[in-house]
Design a protein around this ligand. Sequence first.
Ligand SMILES: [Zn+2]
Length: 414
Amino acid sequence: MMIQSNRLDECRVCHRKRVRKFLSLGKTALANNFLTREQLKRHEPVYPLEVGYCRGCRYVQLWKPVPPKAMFDRYLYVSSTSSTLSRHLTSVADAVVQKLGLTDGDLVVDIGSNDGCLLRGFKAHGVHVLGVEPARNLVGLARRAGVATYNGYFSLATAKRLRRRYGPAMAVTATNSFLHIPDLDDYLAGLDAWMAPEGVFVIEFHYLADLMKQGAFDTVYHEHVSYYSLHPLIFLFDRFGMEVMDVKRLPVHHGQLRVYVKRKTGSRPVADSVAQLLDAETRLGLGRYATYAVFARNVFHNIRKIQRTLLGLKRSGASIAGYGAPAKGNTLLNVCRIGPDVLDFIADKSRLKQGLFTPGQHIPVVPAEKILQAQPDYLLLLAWNFAEEIMQEQGEYIRRGGKFIVPVPRVRII
Ligand SMILES: [Zn+2]
């Protein structure tokens, strides 16, 4: 017999049984598993999309993670596709090289290295680089661009093997991929095994404080096992003899937090920014369950508003298409139940996604050129984090009278 409980057995950061659910978005298909026409005929699995908050360490976590193999063996999100993101990754490399004083002989490892976009930035500084990436299709792209990449999942066993072969890492980076890790203990043990005594781990991710301010419920999907604020990270790294040495909030992407982590035995100083951000989080209420419950209420309010807006436009005879087929777009479409009866198509610049259908709702993904050919009255902006870049590119669509629908934090038409 299945017992439905509002409590998760154990928090993945502090291992205490103090996790309570606050957001249930129903069952959805995996957000990055776009389908071929042939696959549309087959059964498509769906998984519960629910999030809980740990009162022990403030860690916000996916309730039931899906096995990574179902998501990452073939991956359609390519970092270099967006010029904004690719510029940002170059700036990450520059900042890390400068801050850590990396020199020629140093090894930089990027976990979840995608197509090698970040490591190309490091290579320009003359350091050694190695990517670790499970998606075979991306490893091919990275190697062709001259970035040495190990094809596999990061784990303690992998870290030990790669350290023997390549030596200790002076910097280990993980941008966004750090949100994907269900087994944090094995990952941290691997980091501990590979990092040099003065090495630094640099992570960057969509910051929970930004996510909540943006009402970005769509960035909740099964790949994102974790929704980090700084507080639980202090707990997590402490268990492995490490500490946060500096943090930096960045306005790019969705609002990122960059966190630098060192060994407690290392000689690098801890910046004041760490204590300051912890205080700011407490003031924001990130240490109270009630804050998350209010967030969930606002999310459901907006979901109903998105549905009403789109159906209203459709009934008035308007044509609507989507712009951007990011993973989060599929959370939005699946949770709001927006299908091909509402959106004629979704335009996306990524060739890997064109010709495929969105998971769950089965909306066709087409090249961006289709927008001016069809000139839909409205474009639902699913990649809202790149709004500026997209609106600049779609100047002609706007000149011809096209309008954008921005879905979060409150749906609006511009
Ligand atoms: Zn916890």
